[in-house]
Write a protein that binds this ligand. Structure first.
Ligand code: ACO
Length: 332
């Protein structure tokens, strides 16, 4: 146990990408679409997809391993692993498999489900365990394999999604607290805009006892509603965290939004008057990787030397629930 009142520092990041590439051209052989339509409406050029050999847990563990290696931390030093995912290999949770793959025997591990907001929700959850003094080293992973649940014959959704994983390692600090502010929201009245719903058939057990058994249906989405929701709520929540931390938009070095659609990112940037060169975007290569998209973009920028110690990052996730949130984080 650490002393109560510890601050939060990020000491490493990592990512793992899925092995096979599906281009817009490939998609146009599957459904009635074109590279031009996908590119102009979404900013996506290709996406990386898992094969039969790559499980969600394997992808998540690889991202975690990279973060541990960047921080030069032994897996045995981990106290907690939070796996943000909506696509576990096992409905009981995949965090236990990740713990085992990493050899992090001391760590307690659990899944957290908040769709595309999952990484921001998991990061802020982890910070609470550090601030209360409960844990010292926490691995936060965002990982999703939405390709399992996309209807590959539905052109309105199948062009959007990809698979991937990203991670950050948080450590308690007695000197600093680099999570300057956060704010999280859910509006369940908009739940039907974006779903991956269970659908069961009645199954009679004995005369008057019945349950249902079934499966999950492919992703269904009201694209226009989700778009409207995102461009209204995301700038608002970012302004709220800036206000909490008494910062200005001009203080933000890097805006890292959930990579859903380039047009959403452009609209949010315009509303906040943040120039495009300070908004990280890699969805051209990966599509929408749900809970993985923010740490994937973050890790890429760290490894490219764009994000430097001391930089101020504004992170914002949004998606199913509908849910959304933002965190203001000083890097390093
Ligand atoms: N190729 C060609 N035509 C298409 C395609 C496609 N892949 N998909 C839809 N169309 C057609 C439609 O059928 C429609 O045709 P019609 O006018 O003849 O009816 C036309 O294109 C326009 O369709 P819209 O749905 O109105 O297109 P829009 O400009 O709204 O773009 C999009 C759709 C890209 C999905 C957009 O609404 C969007 O990005 N919304 C946000 C969705 C999102 O980001 N979701 C994920 C966030 S949450 C999470 O990450 C889980």
């Amino acid at each position: 146990m650490t002393s109560v009142g510890a601050g939060v520092r990020v000491i490493g990041s990592g990512a793992a990408t899925a092995p096979q590439c599906l281009t817009n051209e490939d998609l146009s052989q599957m459904v009635d679409t074109s590279d031009e339509w996908i590119w102009t409406r979404t900013g996506i050029g290709q996406r990386q997809l898992c094969t039969e050999e790559t499980s969600l847990a394997m992808l998540a563990a690889e991202a975690g391993r990279q973060a541990l290696s960047a921080a030069q931390l032994d897996p045995q030093a981990l106290d907690l692993i939070i796996l943000a995912t909506s696509t576990p290999d096992d409905l009981f949770g995949s965090a236990g498999q990740v713990q085992q793959l990493l050899g992090a025997e001391r760590a307690v591990a659990f899944d957290l489900t908040a769709a595309c907001s999952g990484f921001v929700f998991a990061l802020t959850t982890a910070a609470q365990f550090i601030r209360t003094g409960a844990y010292r080293n926490i691995l936060v992973i965002g990982a999703d394999v939405l390709s399992r649940w996309v209807d590959w014959s539905d052109r309105s959704t199948c062009v959007l999604f990809g698979d991937g994983a990203g991670a950050v390692l948080l450590q308690a600090s007695d000197e600093t607290d680099n999570l300057l502010a956060f704010d999280l929201y859910t509006n369940g009245s908009l739940n039907s805009c974006l779903n991956l719903p269970y659908q069961g058939q009645p199954k009679t057990l004995i005369a008057d006892k019945q349950v249902t058994q079934g499966n999950y249906q492919p992703i269904s989405m009201n694209g226009r509603e989700v778009y409207r929701f995102a461009v209204a709520r995301v700038p608002e929540v970012i302004e709220k965290v800036l206000f909490q931390a008494q910062c200005q938009t001009s203080d933000i070095d890097w805006l890292i939004l959930h990579q859903a659609n380039q047009r959403i990112m452009d609209a949010v940037g315009e509303r906040l008057k943040i120039p495009a060169e300070r908004i990280l975007s890699n969805l051209a290569h990966y599509g929408n990787t749900s809970a993985a998209s923010i740490p994937l973009a973050l890790d890429e920028a760290v490894r490219q030397g764009k994000i430097k110690p001391g930089d101020l990052l504004a992170l914002s996730g949004f998606g199913a629930g509908l849910s959304w949130g933002a965190a203001l984080l000083r890097w390093g």
